[in-house]
Structures are given as C-alpha cells and as structure tokens.
Design a protein around this ligand. Structure first.
Ligand SMILES: N[C@@H](CCC(=O)N[C@@H](CS)C(=O)NCC(=O)O)C(=O)O
Length: 251
C-alpha cells in the first residue's frame, strides 16, 4: 500500500481528528511531528507542502492534502472500510455543518491557546533563546511579530479574553442541547461529526474552560463515551504511534 505520511502534532485537535480517522480505518501511517512552539510549521520547506503553514498535512504517494476535513473526507473515499461520512445527503449535510461549527470555534479558541498555554511555555526560557530557535524556521516579520506578542502576553487583553470565553461557553450550550437524548451528533451512529468536534471540545480545559457535568450533562456523557473508544485513546497526545514525540501545545 502507498505510504501515508502525516505532518502532525500530538496536541493539535486538527491533527488528532485525522489520527482518529486513520485508527478507525485500521490504517498504518508515519507521523512527522512539527514543533509549533518553534514555528517549524512556517519554515520554507513546509510552506511548499502546505501554504497555510499549519498542521495537519497528509502526503499519500505524490498527493499532498491539507485541511483536516478535506483529509478525512479523502481518506473516507479512498479507504471505504468503516465509513465515517454519512451516505444519506441530509445526514452528510448535517455532519458538514458541524464541521463548520468547529472551524468557527477554532477561531475563538486559537488566541486563547496562544495567550494562556503557549505564552507561558515560551516564557520558561529567555526570549533570545526562543527567537534563535524560531528564526531557524522563519524570518518572516509578521511571524516574528506574532512570536513577540505571544511571549509578551499581549495576544489578548482581559476584556477580549472574557469575550472569547463567553463565545466558547455558548458553543457548549449548543452542543449540550443537541446531545440531549442522543449518543451522537448526527443520526444514530458515530460519524465524522463526532470526530470533527470532539477533539476541540476535549481541549477546553487546556485554555482553563472546564466542562462541568452539572452544567452540560449531555455533552459530558458524549465526551466520556467517545473518549473511551480505542481510536480516541490511541490518538491522545503521548499515545502510540506518536509516543516519544513529547506533547507540546498546539493551537
Ligand atoms: N482549518 C485547519 C486548521 C489547522 C490549524 O489551525 N492547525 C493548528 C493546530 S490545531 C496549527 O497548526 N497551528 C499553528 C499556527 O497557527 O501557526 C484544519 O482543520 O486543518
């Protein structure tokens, strides 16, 4: 079989959803882990593969595919065992709307991730040391300015951080309502909708937003049930086959 190579990051929810699909389909692959805290994703060699400079990217033979939802749909077509995209047009449309919901959620999540997680990780060493590492990947002034903002803790002010917290909490309300009386986001089986949304929600505690069973009982039940699936367990940061890469925060 043609090799599958995934440009990956253990703690990236976007890359994790691709790993979940690979595991659900019992496919073997090789992960190449990029160090996001050192901006390896913005290096010239990687931008030639993925001009957006983000993970994941999948290389399948001479095909290079990026955007996690595009990758998972490609995998579902090429490896039809255990289909995850619903065949029914209405269910498929609903699954894709949940994917868009997650993409919007990611826009609110990313600045908080850099502000609350990556900034403190960066500040464990001197700015000069960090910049020496980063400039091995990129000298793009816009990227370097971003690294300074993250290091200086000036990605967000308190008001903006609170606004994003509130928006992200509203998303949990919507998910909890959808999951009342049901086990899956779409239809009556596990689909790509669950794979697309859950890895992002599972990272809420990283940005200091706990998921409270009393406030979101249906969401909590769905999270716990799906996190117990082997594909979710094995795709967690630090799990095989990417063990040893050492989880670092992803955005
Ligand atoms: N819409 C993209 C989002 C990818 C994305 O934001 N990846 C994050 C990790 S989850 C990343 O590479 N962040 C590094 C950066 O923003 O420079 C997808 O679903 O593939």
């Amino acid at each position: 079989m043609t090799e599958l190579l995934l440009y990956d990051h253990p703690a990236s929810p976007c890359a994790r959803r691709v790993r979940i699909v690979l595991l659900e389909k019992h496919l073997s692959w090789t992960s190449h882990v990029l160090d996001l805290t050192r901006m390896e994703q913005k290096s010239d060699w990687y931008l030639k593969l993925n001009p957006n400079g983000i993970v994941p990217t999948l290389v399948h033979g001479d095909r290079v595919i990026y955007e996690s939802n595009v990758i998972t749909e490609y995998l579902d077509h090429v490896f039809p065992e255990n289909p995850l995209y619903p065949a029914d047009p209405w269910e498929r449309a609903q699954a894709k709307m949940w994917q868009v919901f997650e993409l919007e959620m990611a826009k609110e999540f990313r600045p908080l991730m850099y502000h609350r997680v990556i900034g403190p990780v960066d500040r464990a060493r001197s700015k000069d040391e960090l910049l020496a590492d980063v400039t091995r990947s990129t000298r793009d002034p816009a990227q370097l300015a971003w690294v300074h903002r993250v290091y200086d803790g000036s990605v967000l002010d308190d008001g903006e951080a609170r606004r994003l917290d509130a928006l992200l909490m509203q998303r949990l309300e919507r998910l909890d309502a959808q999951l009342a009386g049901r086990d899956f986001l779409v239809g009556d089986r596990f689909t790509i909708a669950d794979v697309s949304v859950l890895p992002r929600v599972a990272m809420y505690p990283w940005i200091q937003l706990p998921i409270d069973a009393a406030r979101h009982p249906h969401l909590r039940r769905w999270l716990d049930a799906n996190e117990a699936r082997p594909s979710f367990q094995k795709s967690l940061p630090g799990s095989a086959p990417i063990a040893g890469a050492g989880p670092r925060p992803g955005g």
